[in-house]
Ligand binder design. Sequence first.
Ligand SMILES: Cc1ncc(COP(=O)(O)O)c(C=O)c1O
Length: 465
Amino acid sequence: MSSSVVDSAGKSTAADALLVLNQLISDEEKVFLRRQPRSSELIAEAREHLAGGATSNWQIAEPQAVWMSHGAGSKVYDVDGTEYVDMHGGYGAAIAGHAHPAIVAAVSDRVRRGTHFAQPTEDAIWIAGELSRRFELPLWRFANSGTEATMDAVHLARAITDRDLIIKVEGCYHGHHDSVQVSVAPEAEEVGPAHKPAQVPSSTGIPRAITDLTLVVGFNDLDGVARLLDEYPGKIAGMIIEPIMMNAGIILPEPGYLDGLKELLNSRGALLAFDEVKTGLTAGPSGATGATGVTPDIICLAKAIGGGISVAAIGGTEEAMGHVSNGDYEMVGTFNGNPLAMAAARAMLCEVATPAAYERIDALRQQAVTGLEREIERNGLSAHVVAVGAKGCVVFSSEPVRDFRDFLGVDDSYSNAHWLYQHNGGVFLPPWGKSEQWLISVQHDEADIRRFTDNFAAFAAALRF
Ligand SMILES: Cc1ncc(COP(=O)(O)O)c(C=O)c1O
């Protein structure tokens, strides 16, 4: 039987469960499309000059991309005028919610005074100081996207150590530059043995010569890192990792894992870089670094720190960032420290991501988790909830997930059905099934979370037969 569905008498068959699930997906897809005629029109129009009919491949999820009109507070509105409680959060960037008054004021003021000089503005000093306080790394620079931040981190590790190889974790996503487009979401038949994962390119257009420089290891596998350091002595520049994995649902580091990595890598002259692009301000006010108490050599931030404007930051130890300060590593960019982005980031850190906001988010997370767990239990679903800070997800398996290989074993159809069901019920979760998480913003309230858990209750009941 499918482990996720039971009948009212406690008996079920895999075939019955699959029938119920497939019927539900098919019904919900029809409702989804019926509710979005204007999106369908825009997609058709867009295809003429916009490649693929959207602005990023990840904005196109089946049955079709949802085209947006505007957002306000905890809500977003599509071009058909439908309101949703937004728990997509623009892939985890919109922890401020939408049109937050502090961000609106800061950005409006900056727009009136000019938005681009390619020269530094004073806000950058305040932000760098605040990030140092929160993340306990002394020196910072800015960029424009998570991809740029992790690219700089990899370059910097190589520049500092004069070594070429890096280690990345199977199933972690760090953006779309060549060095990290390796084993992001490989298929089960591609991954190779667990003790020596294959280096699988994640897109076409990535030269083999570059993916060969990226060694792959499982999450929570400290011994795997030790093995690589032994196999390539003096050749590994460093390791980049999402300290809490957030592109494979949410996978938490086991106790001792992150500090073990830091010790091990540093003892061999290699650096540890945390990709906190997703966890940054969402796992807590000081990200996963604060939540786990492990400070790496380099931290990459993006997404939420801009309050909805594109900005990234990269921080490091005196030693690491010294290579930036002395000009050894050429860290540049026309829009780095862009005044508009800086104004938004300052308002975000100063007025939005406050201790009171995190208290509120913690209470709402608890409400969500309690509501979901109650329905999982009541309906006998094989599922569990993982949540940290403002983020969380339902994993449709009763087994804990400790690495990407476990994650591969989780049936994606239930997450897909859940996404559709929530969407048609007025809650916008991020698409892409089991990989993504919900986000609770500082502007959500109890009624928003109730809508989410009520939808989940109806979804869980719909899976029974
Ligand atoms: C952990 C992580 N790192 C880096 C990135 C890349 O960020 P961006 O899309 O801003 O380039 C992402 C994007 O989702 C991410 O999740």
